[in-house]
Design a protein around this ligand. Sequence first.
Ligand code: ATP
Ligand code: MG
Length: 462
Amino acid sequence: MPAIYSAPDGSKEAAVLEKLRRVIDPDFGEDIVNCGFVKALNVDESAGNVLFAIELTTPACPVKAEFERQAKAFVGELEWVKNVRVTMTAQPARNDAPETVEGLRRVRHIIAVSSCKGGVGKSTTSVNLAYTLAMMGAKVGILDADVYGPSLPTMISPESPVLEMDKGTGTITPVEYEGVKVVSFGFAGQGSAIMRGPMVSGLINQLLTTTDWGELDYLILDMPPGTGDIQLTLCQVVPITAAVVVTTPQKLAFIDVEKGVRMFAKLAVPCVSVVENLSYFEVDGVKHKPFGEGSGAAICEQYGVPNLLQMPIVPELSACGDTGRPLVLRDPACKTSSRYQDVAATVVREVAKLNNGKKPRVDIDPGYDGAFRVELPGENDDKPFWITAKNVRMSDTSARVKGSDESPDRLLNGTPIPDDIAPIEMSVIGNYAMSVTWPDGLSQVAAFNTLAKLERLPARAS
Ligand SMILES: Nc1ncnc2c1ncn2[C@@H]1O[C@H](COP(=O)(O)OP(=O)(O)OP(=O)(O)O)[C@@H](O)[C@H]1O
Ligand SMILES: [Mg+2]
């Protein structure tokens, strides 16, 4: 969290801050002063002028206008105040890209749009999400990481559809369409230097490490389907902030999507939303579900991934996909565009929470027989609670989901789970789950909503 602004008691500045404490950020459940958003407060008491900035975590903040309105109204209540000037700003872009990925240095957040299955609507989701974020005021880029079947060239129509490569520095400049920067193999051009890499992951690496994205708030990664080498390369080279998982409603899709969620869990990349695409179509107000239902909800329930959003079957989406102009640009006021606004607002909110919200913590407590000490914001009055490692392990249902007859109280080799089982590795994934590797090789994604339901040991002074 950024530093909290303070002022001497009894001063006019303190009175202004007191008023600003009534503006609450709905995501963090905190006021904007405590969130550290208030900056550069300047009071001219004799003239009745108050100047300050509200620095948000992202320029695409969905509550930006509301914050500004409330801040002005509350400060305006002070009797000596005649003018309130608020500047709305956003924190400077930065991420922890490795030194070698210079071109990503000023990219604030990288969002992977992914699914294990082909053709479920990743590219459609990526492109419409990207342009919606841009319309919300963010600087956005899209990387189409599909080497075999790049989709971007049919979905957008830039004036100059060829990536430029600086011969001296080897830097690639993205193509631009309607203010969004785009890189795709489809724009690499025949015989260009970019295409001469020996292997696909080499190509991906080259695009990732030599593209100069400049300053971006969000880089959307349109991932190719699967959980193979390309996906791993992407996740390892690029510091992905969060993933949006795209699925379809069929029960069979669950198995594929599950693989994806587990891959991200292993890499400690949090999934912030599940978009269930092709969910239904509506005729005369009646919803028809030709592909069945349940896959999206099952993922959210089992893995604790928040925010299930359903996207209906919309013929215009498919039509726009071929015309070179995404639907959200063509018809920003239509129902489908407003659903993409929901997806975008969810991404913005969850990413802001990941960076600035209270973080969950899970540790092994050596002084308590190796029990898990768990601290989850919003759970148990924010106080820690303790659960046994064995119960955590037994809460894993993945073996049963896969249809095997393995019992949850057995290790993978069939012997009973010992009472003193201890993980060999664990890490927190976003704010919804943790990834645990056990000595028998099982890697578990333990959703916090599952952990919260396990039997608790008596609390102890920490
Ligand atoms: N909600 C929708 N309604 C109607 N058509 C859709 C919808 N979503 C996607 N489509 C269409 O389905 C096809 C596949 O979508 P898309 O290319 O986005 O999938 P993908 O997951 O990126 O595929 P691939 O695995 O090949 O990369 C496209 O023709 C697209 O226009
Ligand atoms: Mg695609």
